[in-house]
Design a binder for this molecule. Sequence first.
Ligand code: KG4
Ligand code: ZN
Length: 340
Amino acid sequence: MNNDLVILGIESSCDDTSAAILRGSKVLSNIVANQSIHEKFGGVVPELASRAHQQNIVPVIDTAIKEANITKSDIDLIAYTKGPGLLGSLLVGSSFAKSLSLALNIPLVSVNHMQAHILAHFIEHEDQKKPEFPFLCLTVSGGHTQIVKVNGFNKMKIIGTTLDDAAGEAFDKSAKVLGLKYPGGPLIDKYAKNGDINSYVFGKPKIKGLDFSFSGLKTSIMNTINVSLQKDPNFIKNNLNDLCASIQHSIIKILLDKIIIASKETKISNIAIAGGVSANSYLRKKLNELARETDFKIYIPKFEYCTDNGAMIAIAGKYKYINEKSKTDYSESASARLSF
Ligand code: KG4
Ligand code: ZN
């Protein structure tokens, strides 16, 4: 029965409107509409994001249903992102999910976006490698940076978090200083491929325990660039690849150093990554190197399930529904600062 459950997952927490249809744990469709409107502002403008979600939500869900080759009446469960995220954006997805559930009399479950990033590892596909419990997950996105101890599908505990910026934010803010469009993470990743990681050395955070900090690194990057621009106005253009490689190396090193400490402290050597920054090619390469040199078992999600997507919401909804036997009440509201 659970392997036949047809689930519609709706994601609208930030600037991507996404809907997916899963049968059991297999993806029948996963549609993502990105919002290019934010590019020129160097970051997501919340008001514009919610307006774009409103324009996108009906065509995105309609396309997901058509591409899955099902009809609305085949859907057994609707899962939506309750939070965390931008409230105006969350309200569009949650209101739509509630209305559809009520109109079609389909059970509804609310999902925590950060837990869904982690559970994306359980979406079935040809080269899937399911993490074994317990595992540690480095969850790195535009809004969050966490180390999560995952004991089961719905048993997760945050054991480290950022005290200021998120890792994705560190990528995006650095990219903005370099004059690159939002989101800058994928662009830094691209230019870094032809750069030297040792070209520039930036300040390192001195945070005890498993928490992170990226604000000092951001200041150090800005200072290096501003001083160099005074001497050479073409400094960024002439050194873009090296700058990107050094910035990327600094951010990823902060992440890796902490996950190694977390593994030692918890004695857990199953390590997974999740969230938008887990799409980063240098992070993936370094983790694979680590797996060869240590007893770490590394789990890296399929590229399309790293950044925000409806499929991860659907799989998280499935586990919440079948394990907790819980349905969400229509009075439950979206929550911008939802924790675990
Ligand atoms: O999980 P996500 O799609 O949205 C949030 O929940 O925030 O993550 C978006 C973040 C952005 O900061 C983006 O720059 C970053 O993920 N990102 C990357 C890469 N692809 C996306 N950062 C570094 N390298 C990448 N290849
Ligand atoms: Zn996300």
